[in-house]
Design a protein around this ligand. Sequence first.
Ligand SMILES: [Zn+2]
Ligand SMILES: [Zn+2]
Length: 136
Amino acid sequence: MDDYENRLEARGIKPTAIRLLVFKVMLEHPQAFSLLDLESKLETVDKSTLFRTISLFHEKRLIHSIDDGSGSIKYSVCNSHCTCSLSDLHVHFYCTRCKKTFCLEKLSIPKVQLPDGFLPQSVNFVLKGLCRHCSE
Ligand SMILES: [Zn+2]
Ligand SMILES: [Zn+2]
């Protein structure tokens, strides 16, 4: 449990029992997860508590959010050196067959040369297609 505690504390989050439980379930997801995915695995946790926990984790940059165009926001746990700055952002991939969203952490987002006066604050770079499993 120590490692989980350290990871929360490193982001300035007080590691309460419920937060540790939610974080553990998040880490069990090999792909990005939605609020609904968490709800189904954490049936004993009150929905508003769960929602507040996700919001806190997001605000403290323990997790990042992905709008994959599926209509529900997905989340994924940030790696420990991620600061969620524009240069830390990576490509996401949405599989149109299995509906899973993948973090492609090794692929950074290509630099876009914006016209003068445009100041980017966030980027949402999502590719859609078939994942490794579905394209076989
Ligand atoms: Zn797939
Ligand atoms: Zn990601």
